[in-house]
Design a protein. Structure first.
Length: 414
């Protein structure tokens, strides 16, 4: 993980020397991970009260606070630490609430704010909940300038699951054209950052064939003509095998984003640095889930951990990751459905594993589960497990397993 941080900073700054990096806590806010990342070249990007408190506690010098619905408690804490926190404003009501709060609190240090932009998405898309329409930006900046405690310094946008840098280039182009037409020079010269969000897709991510184009086509043909096994044989297709998703090199992202900044932003706002908020790219490879086989059935096994620790039913729909038999590993893919222990048929780790056939007591690993697992794990039947860190030759428990009292706020009595 430390090397991932260094790689990201080193690669991007070759082309964008004034760039700044903010780790997205929502991706994985395990304190050990957040602390490690934020002491290896990153600041903090937070979206809620606990994340903001954690970022302050572990000593992050700069914090971007970005959320579509900030509470008064969250805004109060952000204003209290205005020398460290940049608030990304999402809507006009938030401007009014923040102005009222500043009138009451009278912060000694002006509160730096940016504006979240609603660009790069369809109006009927779920992303419609985020940000200002471009046409509303001049009015938003004018309202902010009415408060002596608020100072506008930048714009923010976000796009997800970027395997190429195309969305970054297109959005920076759109923002630049808007700025040229609708923001006067005095406003543009005061702009200190363009925050392009996260969404950098990590390389070397395994994807199950079932969810790729060929697998989707095979499913369609099987539903229409019947005989799924026949269709798979005809297409020479193993739906439960894995492939590695193609992702452009990080150097290509750096080059393309730098070109977009040089062409569309810096001629208008020469003082604007680039902020980036990677999460998945940094921590996806950092974590493996370790499980033990409890029972073996005819064509399946049951292990001792469920997908509640992954935080999303989507894992059992398309986000399968390679499962490895740690006791007897090999590159051979063995067909076997790996179920978790939950009373739920969707509690499923995959349809295959690498290595010899699993036996009771075998340990297995589910690889590359560092992103959106700890931070989204949900309470259902089984306890959230302990987290163990390997750092050099040191092994340590960084978070104990969930206890009865943790879950219910009660002490168990005989």
């Amino acid at each position: 993980m430390i090397e991932r941080c260094r790689l990201f900073v080193r690669t991007i700054r070759r082309r964008l020397p004034d760039s700044e990096f903010f780790y997205a806590f929502k991706c994985n806010d395990l304190p050990f991970i957040a602390n490690t990342v934020c002491h290896h070249g990153f600041h903090a990007d937070v979206a809620g009260l606990f994340e903001l408190q954690l970022a302050l506690q572990i000593g992050c010098k700069r914090i971007v606070f970005n959320s579509p619905g900030k509470t008064d408690d969250e805004l109060t804490l952000a204003v209290t630490h205005s020398q460290r926190v940049i608030i990304i404003i999402d809507n006009f009501d938030e401007i009014d609430r923040l102005k009222t709060l500043c009138t009451t609190m009278l912060p000694e240090t002006p509160v730096t704010v940016g504006l979240r932009l609603a660009v790069g998405r369809r109006t009927d898309d779920a992303w419609h909940k985020f940000g200002f329409e471009l046409d509303d930006v001049p009015e938003a900046i004018a309202r902010i300038s009415e408060s002596p405690s608020l100072v506008w310094r930048g714009l923010h946008f976000h796009s997800s699951w970027n395997k190429t840098p195309l969305k970054y280039y297109q959005t920076l182009q759109t923002v630049g054209r808007f700025m040229e037409r609708h923001l006067p020079q005095r406003i543009r010269l005061g702009m200190e950052f363009v925050d392009i969000g996260g969404g950098f897709y990590p390389e070397n991510q395994a994807v199950i064939h079932h969810c790729e184009d060929k697998g989707i086509l095979a499913d369609m043909m099987a539903r229409r003509h019947g005989g799924r096994k026949h269709i798979n044989r005809m297409l020479d297709h193993d739906p439960h095998a894995f492939l590695v998703t193609e992702v452009d090199p990080l150097e290509t992202f750096a080059e393309t984003i730098a070109e977009a900044m040089d062409t569309h932003i810096r001629p208008l706002a020469p003082n604007a640095a680039v902020f980036m908020e990677p999460g998945r790219f940094i921590v996806a490879h950092s974590t493996a889930v370790l499980l033990r086989v409890l029972a073996v059935k005819q064509d399946s096994v049951i292990v001792d951990g469920g997908i509640n620790m992954m935080g999303d039913y989507k894992f059992s729909e398309y986000a399968f990751a390679p499962v490895i038999n740690l006791r007897r590993p090999s590159a051979a893919l063995h067909s076997c459905t790996v179920y978790g222990p939950l009373c739920d048929p969707s509690d499923l780790w995959g349809y295959s594993h690498y290595g010899d056939p699993l036996q009771r007591g075998d340990a297995v690993a589910v690889l590359h589960q560092g992103a959106y697992t700890y931070s989204t794990a949900w309470r259902f039947i089984k306890a959230i497990p302990a987290y163990i860190a390997f750092s050099g030759d040191t092994v340590s428990m960084i978070k104990p397993a969930e206890t009865f009292e943790d879950r219910y706020g009660l002490r168990f009595r005989d």
